[in-house]
Write a new protein. Structure first.
Ligand code: AKG
Ligand code: FE2
Length: 343
């Protein structure tokens, strides 16, 4: 049995990250934060998710061996609580602190709830029960993460379950300075990059690498698996990490169901980081008019995070302000901040 190492964690300060947490994210590549978001909102999100996903132990649950919610919780979802969480000022504030930009220069590119059931791993390459260690960048960006000291995205896992009930902590490898042998440049030592095919299952990925690229296989054993630490979450804990942080999902306790919300925010300028879902405006014709209502009721900052031009943008003229006001008139949009910036 290998010894379990726990990653450092601590509570946030009144809905705000502490300076030490920002520093840990910038230097080590992650911060595990408790009590950042209001517990009642998190309970509402969890309740919506618990109702939507199959109960553990059912045949439907046994079919789930990968991630996602079949679009059910993709922003904007039917769960008003989930939409509120995605744009919660404390979550956006944390991203602002980590990326060191103003909130109108932040963009949302992922928001979904994922379920993971505790079960024996199935024998296929894409099984997520016991993941190969990896960085998240390949299926988020068309390029490669920028140099370490200029991060342009924040990856987020928000746990809607208790570790003691579910286990399945995310394992992370803390980076220790520019010369850390676990963090060479560029990041190509992982399935799904360059000539290496994408394999999610740890056992299968490492067997493949040992046969086809033993140097990479050795690097991963020596510098990554041997140094991983477990993020021992609680209900509502948030793991902030990056597109260039080594990490992986570990097995959930047999018979348990672990729910998490996943978010990605990027700098507005980094257009090469893609939205993982259909664009937000694709939801505009839904009968519940959820998206129209979100735009009308959101703050100027929250709208900007969805790509709506902030006050002062070159898009705004008195003509475009009037037009947008009329589009959302029935939802009570207040365009006065945009008008004021024009004057
Ligand atoms: O589920 C987890 O704890 C991590 C998942 C993950 O890293 C991934 O699917 O990319
Ligand atoms: Fe990942």
């Amino acid at each position: 049995m290998t010894e379990v190492r726990w990653a450092a964690s601590e509570p946030a300060r009144h809905g705000k990250l502490q300076a030490a947490q920002v520093q840990r994210w910038r230097e080590q590549g992650f911060a595990l934060v408790h009590d950042l978001l209001p517990a009642d909102l998190l309970r509402r999100v969890a309740r919506d998710a618990e109702q939507a996903f199959p109960a553990p132990g059912t045949e439907a649950a046994r079919q789930v061996t990968g991630f996602g919610s079949d679009q059910h919780f993709v922003f904007p979802s039917n769960s008003a609580a989930c939409n509120q969480l995605t744009l919660h000022p404390s979550l956006l504030g944390a991203v602002v602190d980590l990326l060191n930009v103003s909130v109108t220069d932040v963009r949302l590119t992922q928001s979904d709830v994922w379920v993971k059931y505790g079960r024996e791993p199935s024998a296929h390459n894409y099984d997520n029960a016991d993941q190969r260690i990896h960085c998240d960048y390949p299926n988020h960006t068309l390029t490669h993460p920028p140099p370490w000291d200029q991060p342009d995205a924040v990856e987020i896992i928000l746990y809607l379950a208790e570790y003691d009930d579910c286990e399945g902590a995310t394992a992370v490898v803390p980076r220790s300075g520019a010369d850390d042998p676990a963090y060479p440049w560029p990041i190509t030592q992982t399935p799904g990059v360059n000539h290496l095919p994408y394999i999610n299952d740890r056992q299968r990925a490492e067997v493949y690498l040992r046969e086809h690229d033993p140097t990479v296989a050795n690097f991963r054993q020596t510098h990554l698996y041997a140094r991983e630490e477990q993020a021992q979450y609680r209900f509502g804990s948030v793991l902030f990490y990056r597109h260039d942080t080594w990490h992986r999902g570990t097995p959930v306790k047999l018979g348990a169901r672990r729910l998490v919300a996943n978010f990605t925010f990027r700098k507005a300028a980094s257009e090469w980081i893609n939205v993982l879902h259909p664009g937000w405006s694709w939801s505009m014709y839904r009968p519940d008019q959820m998206m129209e209502s979100i735009i009308a009721k959101a703050s100027v900052e929250q709208r900007a995070v969805l790509g709506f031009p902030p006050p002062g943008s070159s898009f705004w003229s008195s003509a475009t302000i009037d037009a947008v006001e009329q589009r959302y008139a029935a939802f009570g949009i207040d365009m006065s901040p945009y008008r004021r910036a024009l004057a």
